[in-house]
Structure formats: C-alpha cells, structure tokens
Design a protein around this ligand. Structure first.
Ligand SMILES: CC(C)(COP(=O)(O)OP(=O)(O)OC[C@H]1O[C@@H](n2cnc3c(N)ncnc32)[C@H](O)[C@@H]1OP(=O)(O)O)[C@@H](O)C(=O)NCCC(=O)NCCS
Length: 130
C-alpha cells in the first residue's frame, strides 16, 4: 500500500537515501521502540518532501499493522501538516490507491480533498490546501 507495488529488496543506495533527510526540503518522523538503535523496531513513519513547484510537498505514511487503529496515523499526519505550514507551503498531497479505504478515510478526516485522474484508474490524489 505504501509503495503501491511490492518491494522485494531494499538496496543500500535507497536505504541511504531514506535515512538522509535534507532539513530544508524534507521531513521524516519515525516512531521506534525505546531500545538501542540496533534493536529498536520501527513502528511507523511519515515523510514528506517539497516538490519541484517549491510550493507543495508530497507525503507518504505507514503505520505497522500491529499498531494500527490507535490514532497514530492521524497524529503523524498532523505533525507533517504542521511542518508544511511552518514551511509556508500552499498544499500537501499524497497518492493513494483507490481501494485504500483506511488512508482515504484518514485523509478525509483531516480535510483533504480527493482528485481523480482520468488517465490513472488506480490512484487518487489527496490534497490539503494550507
Ligand atoms: C493508512 C494508515 C496510515 C492509517 O494509520 P492508523 O494509525 O491505523 O490510523 P488511525 O488509527 O490514526 O485512524 C485514523 C482514521 O483513519 C480511518 N481509518 C484508519 N484505518 C482504517 C481502516 N482500516 N478502515 C477504515 N478506516 C480507517 C478512520 O477514519 C480512523 O478514525 P477512527 O479510528 O476514529 O475511525 C495505515 O493503515 C497504513 O500505514 N496503511 C498502509 C500504508 C498506506 O496505505 N499508506 C498510505 C499511502 S501514502
């Protein structure tokens, strides 16, 4: 659901890219167990990056299944929205599969609007004007 297609391998380059956040353009909040880094499991992640327009950011979020429906998704979404507001962006958006009821409902509850693309039958854009 997060990547919209199965990811079978995490390459070193891609993991380095994910772990290196440019504070000028990107935001990442990671929820981990209160254990040393080598042991702590990651429970949830929300990320966002300012896009080429320089006025909007794209977000992506994942909450581990065992932690879901506890309000964490909503909490993390509020944090990323707060970051986008501080950056004085015009909007924040994400791409969600049509059948991803959980994310669509979460976005609805935060005031995101849905945009359908005629060329793409699988993905809905959810966008919040800030
Ligand atoms: C979508 C996702 C982030 C929701 O996280 P979560 O922590 O379970 O969400 P919350 O507990 O904060 O729920 C907030 C609201 O979202 C909606 N929601 C969440 N899970 C839902 C589900 N399984 N079915 C229907 N609505 C759901 C509800 O409106 C819920 O409010 P409520 O609990 O008061 O009814 C999580 O399911 C996930 O990581 N999914 C896989 C990755 C993904 O799809 N990412 C989106 C692409 S960017």
């Amino acid at each position: 659901m997060r990547f919209m297609h199965p990811i079978k391998e995490l390459t070193e380059n891609y993991s380095r890219r994910l772990a290196t956040v440019d504070p000028e353009r990107e935001f990442a909040l990671v929820l981990v167990e209160n254990l040393p880094p080598a042991e702590a499991l990651i429970g949830a992640v929300v990320r966002a990056a300012i896009d080429r327009t320089e006025r909007e950011a794209e977000f992506a979020i994942i909450v581990g299944r065992e932690l879901s429906r506890n309000g964490l998704g909503k909490h993390l979404m509020k944090k990323v929205i707060e970051w986008a507001r501080k950056k004085r962006l015009d909007a924040i958006y994400g791409l969600v599969l049509h059948d991803n009821t959980a994310m669509l409902k979460l976005a609805d509850s935060l005031g995101f609007e849905r945009y359908y693309n005629d060329d793409d039958n699988e993905v809905t854009l959810v966008r919040l004007r800030l």
